[in-house]
Design a protein around this ligand. Structure first.
Ligand code: PMP
Length: 387
């Protein structure tokens, strides 16, 4: 089958695979152990941290390894909020958007349940939050602004650099960015960002490894209590093969960024320009530069059937796509699309195509053929035959 769900996960980059296999076998000692083998493992971890810090232009001690982006997002949000609440004894306020990934959105919902004030800001028809709305929504007790770089469902690019500038003169408000889907596609300076999330398996690395950049100025309470690993911010035995592979994945992703974007743009333009010509298809992704070319989200509203049925019809032709993010695939209408369109029909009949540099033009043409066949299939059947 042909896979078009690269936002859910990517295949391991061959060089990352070699690194992962080699280090899993060879570097098995615990890097916190004080013997020579532990010391050697620790050296490799610190080398990897150093390489990542140079690539991301941060300090090595600002790189904290986690089990993935879900943990990084929780650590950033809960960590900052709890540290501030404890220090001041006041109720904190968090600013975020209605279109964040569930690991940010549900974390903020949990904070609401615990009595924290959270503002979920709306987005426009392109899925973009307005910087002036962020500015207007700030309160004296605002401690954190959390906005993702690239949306995982639609590809919408948020004005991260502008938000960073706005917050530059407000040292009491920390700025967190979920960079998972933007990394290696859209360039970004983390200069004005206090907390920055990345995930290994979205960039050709393995699952179960991620990182959170935590700038030195940030006070943060840990989520877990245990040993002294990761400066005590994230205790637990270090995932050595994960860390080493993550460093390689980051290196390769940045090295190949321009070529990757060239390929993705060609694929995007071919697919997008065809889809807009098909009646009853509604595009939910804006065009670049408002949206990243690796994600194309559209709804097929003919006959009013849901994403699951459309995905099933495509699956019969060997096409693998998704509707929403894998993390919220059980929901009916997409929360993110509801925030963008306020239309139940559009939000429950969406398809997310996510592309990768390994996809050929021939594959993309087969995908388009399959979508046309899907549309014709739906047109010639009555609704009950499709269910
Ligand atoms: N944030 C975004 C934007 C994502 O797309 C994902 C993956 N669906 C995550 C966070 C969670 O990443 P992980 O699988 O590493 O927990």
């Amino acid at each position: 089958s042909l896979y078009f769900d690269f936002c859910a996960s990517t295949p391991l980059h061959p060089e990352v695979y070699d690194e992962l296999m080699h280090s899993t076998k060879q570097i098995f000692a615990n890097p916190s152990s004080v013997h020579d083998m532990g010391f050697e493992a620790n050296l490799r971890v610190e080398e990897a941290r150093e390489r990542i810090s140079v690539l991301l232009q941060v300090m090595p001690n600002e790189v904290i390894f986690t089990s993935g982006a879900t943990e990084s997002n929780n650590l950033a949000i809960l960590g900052v909020v709890r540290a501030w609440a404890k220090k001041t004894g006041q109720i904190p306020h968090v600013l975020t958007t209605q279109v964040e990934h569930s690991s940010v959105y549900n974390c903020c919902k949990q904070l609401v349940a615990e009595g924290v004030e959270v503002t979920f800001l709306p987005v426009d028809r392109n899925g973009v939050v307005s910087v002036s709305t962020i500015e207007e929504s700030m309160q004296p007790n605002t401690v954190l602004v959390s906005v993702m770089h690239v949306n995982n469902e639609t590809g919408a690019i948020q004005p991260i650099q502008e938000i960073g500038k706005l917050l530059r003169n407000k040292p009491d408000i920390h700025f967190h960015v979920d960079g998972v889907q933007g990394f290696g596609k859209q360039s970004l300076l983390i200069e004005d960002i206090d907390l920055y999330t990345l995930s290994g398996h979205k960039i050709g690395g393995p699952k179960g490894i991620g990182l959170l950049i935590i700038k030195e100025t940030v006070e943060l309470a840990p989520l877990l209590y245990g040993g002294e690993q990761e400066r005590g911010i994230r205790p637990g035995t270090t995932n050595v093969p994960g860390v080493l592979s993550m460093a390689t994945a980051i290196e390769l992703t940045l090295k190949n960024r321009e070529e990757t974007m060239r390929v993705l743009t060609t694929l995007h333009d071919l697919v997008y320009s065809k889809l807009v010509t098909i009646p009853e298809i509604i595009m939910n992704s804006a065009l670049p530069p408002l949206s990243s070319p690796h994600i194309i989200n559209f709804s097929y509203i003919g006959k009013g059937i849901t994403s699951a049925i459309l995905i099933g019809i495509l699956a019969k032709q060997g096409i693998v796509v998704s509707s929403q993010s894998a993390c919220s695939s059980k929901a009916k209408a997409s929360r993110v699309l509801m925030a963008i369109t306020n239309d139940e029909m559009i939000s429950s009949s969406s398809i997310r195509l996510s592309l990768h540099e390994s996809v050929s033009l021939k594959d993309a043409e087969y995908l388009l053929d399959s979508i046309e066949k899907m549309v014709n299939h739906v047109k010639t059947k009555n609704k009950f035959e499709l269910l």
